[in-house]
Design a protein around this ligand. Structure first.
Ligand SMILES: C[S@@+](CC[C@H](N)C(=O)[O-])C[C@H]1O[C@@H](n2cnc3c(N)ncnc32)[C@H](O)[C@@H]1O
Length: 268
């Protein structure tokens, strides 16, 4: 297998990942078995997997697995591949958790793979309602939740917070779609494979955040908090929307790269 790795046109990390996936072995196996030849069926499989990667398909979709917050999540093309930057939303949620009423619902709206809800449940042991408009995404979230935090997460189909009982949510988390419809980044090869409905949010990227903020004005209980991920250049606009909607204690937190990433606020 050492020969295959040396000859692969993929970069080293991708080649090793594809090889581990084809062999269904951990990375350590490659070092202890590097002199072993590969079976013809494995070689054929590797050729197909390498071609998919060379065509720009994300590794996470090829292997069906993505790492987030030290969790190994199953992913399909029905869900966004969770990004490291979204760890910022989990950190903000954990800091808000002791400050909110403990008798309301915690909601992760637009849960996708369940990444945010599962990381939060893992850290706090709290019960969470994870919602998404996509039944296919909810199936992925449900399976991840059952495997990683059994009994803590309830998955529900919903269009943001439409129809939600007033004054019932103590902590609302969301990483909604927030890319502008004409954003040139959407042409990046990797984004071509992700669901458009998880990425794009109208002409200015703020349609879903506007809806969520509007919904939150009635759904959040007094003293409840919200935290939303957004684009690096959207903090000012999100803060303005929250001010206009009557929220208080509004602040923005930067991700590991120093970009504005999560804005949070409290209901009066
Ligand atoms: C950017 S992805 C975030 C996924 C996941 N929370 C994460 O951080 O990896 C946005 C998610 O919002 C969902 N979504 C889009 N429109 C929605 C709506 N109207 N109501 C609820 N969820 C929606 C998408 O299906 C997608 O799963």
């Amino acid at each position: 297998m050492g020969d295959w790795l040396r000859q692969s046109t993929l970069d080293r990390v991708d080649a090793e990942s594809v090889l581990c996936y084809a062999l269904q072995q951990p990375r350590s196996y490659l070092f202890s078995h590097s002199d072993e030849p590969l079976a013809p069926t494995v070689l054929k499989n590797l050729e197909q997997l390498s071609q998919r990667r060379a065509n720009g398909e994300p590794l996470a979709y090829i292997t069906g697995t993505a790492e987030f917050w030290s969790l190994s999540l199953s992913v399909t093309t029905d869900v966004l591949i969770p990004r490291d930057d979204t760890g910022c939303l989990v950190e903000v949620a954990l800091s808000l958790w002791p400050t909110v009423p403990q008798d309301g619902f915690v909601v992760d709206a637009g849960t996708g793979s369940g990444a945010v809800a599962i990381a939060f449940a893992k850290e706090t042991g709290a019960n969470i309602i994870a919602t998404d408009v996509s039944p296919a995404a909810l199936k992925v979230a449900q399976a991840n939740a059952a495997r990683l935090v059994p009994g803590l997460i309830q998955c529900q189909q919903a269009n943001w917070l439409h129809g939600w009982k007033p004054n019932s949510i103590s902590l609302l988390l969301s990483n909604p779609p927030y890319i502008r419809a004409d954003d040139p980044h959407l042409k990046a090869a990797e984004l071509q494979h992700e669901p458009e409905s998880a990425l794009i949010s109208g002409a200015d990227g703020l349609d879903d955040l506007r809806t969520l903020i509007q919904n939150a004005t009635t759904a959040l209980m007094p003293g409840g908090a919200l935290a939303f991920e957004h684009g690096y250049d959207q903090a000012e606009a999100v803060q303005a929307l929250l001010i206009n909607a009557g929220f208080q204690g509004i602040a923005t937190v930067q991700d590991l790269s120093g970009n504005d990433r999560v804005t949070h606020a409290k209901a009066r």
